[in-house]
Design a protein around this ligand. Structure first.
Ligand code: ZN
Ligand code: ZN
Length: 232
């Protein structure tokens, strides 16, 4: 995480920075953690702010507006318990609206998985690197558009970029994830190579199997060659 704490005063969800919104909204595949169906639209407090659940990033989960409104001031566990009672005894009023039973039964595991995803320091650092400098659009629809675009960008990677190793010269200021944008490193230089198309294809496959950006694999080969060759 950034040395600068993303903590903001309680109850000011709208004041969270853009990278934090995008980081939370893209967790759980961009879907609401509760119904697992609708697009995530808001940052939901898994533990309500009123119940000592501070408005800090590790208490936030992606939710749709409907589930956020239905859950209201309850913890996820309390809401699940109320919905189960309601589904069992529909005539008694434990809670006004419920999700289907199979969905309700998956909430606990989904919340746990999504919380672990959001608390992953490599993942949050990646979002801060990529979105930390951008200012928050004035409207929530603008934030949703950035989050959707981010989801589309992430779908292009063969691996989640934050799970791949960092370049050995990582400074902390630049994103140096090997499957992401190693070219942003201040010491990075580009080189172009000319190969036959069949070799190019086989090399791309080999890089994928190594879990490396083709450029990084090429860089490794060049370094090995230079080490073997010796001299300056
Ligand atoms: Zn929902
Ligand atoms: Zn990157």
């Amino acid at each position: 995480m950034s040395p600068e704490s993303p903590f903001v005063p309680r109850g000011r969800r709208g004041a969270q920075r853009l990278w934090l919104w995008v980081m939370v909204l893209t967790a759980n595949g961009g879907r609401c953690v509760y119904c697992d169906l609708a697009d995530a639209e808001t940052l939901e407090h898994e533990r309500p702010v009123a119940d000592q659940g501070h408005d800090v990033w590790w208490n936030l989960l992606p939710a749709c507006d409907r589930c956020n409104g239905w859950k209201r001031g309850r913890t996820a566990a309390e809401w699940v318990a109320d919905m189960k009672l309601q589904l069992r005894w529909p005539k008694l009023r434990f809670t006004k609206n419920t999700l289907p039973l199979a969905t309700v039964e998956g909430i606990r595991a989904r919340v746990g998985r999504t919380r672990a995803e959001i608390r992953d320091p490599d993942r949050s650092r990646w979002f801060e690197h990529h979105y930390g400098d951008r200012s928050r659009p004035p409207r929530r629809a603008g934030i949703h558009e950035v989050a959707r675009e981010c989801g589309r960008t992430l779908a292009r990677y063969p691996h989640r970029p934050w799970t791949t190793p960092e370049s050995p010269r990582a400074t902390g200021r630049f994103c140096t994830r090997r499957m992401c944008c190693p070219g942003s490193h201040p010491d990075a230089r580009w080189e172009t190579v000319m190969v036959a198309s069949l070799d190019h294809h086989r090399f791309q496959v080999a890089a994928f199997e190594e879990g490396l950006h083709p450029g990084d694999l090429l860089g490794n080969l060049v370094r090995r060659y230079l080490a073997e060759r010796g001299g300056v």
